[in-house]
Design a protein around this ligand. Structure first.
Ligand code: 5GP
Length: 193
């Protein structure tokens, strides 16, 4: 999606350790006008999928997921990160290793918010090694809901996550796919939108 690629080129900062900082518009200061265009693009790509629930993970997925949920006309649920306390039987749980923080989190969703009647689109800001998506996918499976696909804002195509998730047969739609950011120079995969 050219609009998002342009913003990444203009305002993204490449940091040590394959981290792209996009806090000018995506995950600290948030440009909701851009979010609306991103949400419309996910809606276009998943138009026939019958999405009736959006699932994301706190914190930085929540903003984009909310605007996407408005566009799809459905509710949005965010998975919460916990320190492993108060895990009771009414929860769907998994563990996720954070790419940016290098820590393992227990992640929970209340069972009452996800069930067999749901057709779920997972939304998140970044895809790197795929741990966050794998965790969210396992929560959807545990709930008995149908996974329609995953919508990612920025996929780092040079890391393993994209191939892993697509290899699982999951429909993955990333709005910008970075092929390389070696030496701070960004190259994107062509997608024609
Ligand atoms: P994964 O689980 O796919 O390895 O990493 C995905 C998660 O790590 C995302 O939810 C995102 O919060 C964070 N993340 C991964 N790579 C980056 C990055 O380059 N920049 C930022 N800001 N966050 C990232």
């Amino acid at each position: 999606m050219k609009l998002l690629e342009d913003r990444i080129r203009e305002e993204g900062v490449v940091k040590e350790g394959n981290i792209l900082k996009v806090d000018m518009f995506l995950n600290h200061q948030m440009d909701v006008v851009l979010f609306r265009q991103m949400a419309k693009e996910w809606k276009r790509r998943f138009a026939d999928a019958g999405v009736n629930k959006i699932l994301t993970i706190e914190a930085s997925g929540i903003g984009i997921a909310c605007i996407a949920a408005e566009e799809f006309g459905c509710k949005v649920v965010f998975a919460k990160k916990t320190q492993g306390k108060n895990l009771d039987g009414d929860l769907l749980t998994t563990q996720i290793t954070s790419f940016t923080k290098g820590r393992v989190f227990d992640v929970i969703v209340a069972k009452k918010f996800l069930g067999p009647e749901d057709r779920v689109l997972i939304i998140d800001d970044f895809l790197a090694n795929g741990c966050a998506l794998e965790g969210l996918i396992s929560i959807v499976k545990e709930s008995g809901a149908t996974l329609v696909g995953c919508g990612i804002a920025i996929e780092k195509g040079f890391q393993a996550g994209g191939d892993k998730i697509r290899g699982m047969g999951v429909r993955l739609e990333s709005l910008a796919i970075i092929e390389s950011m070696d030496g701070g120079k960004l190259t994107f995969r062509e997608d024609g939108t």
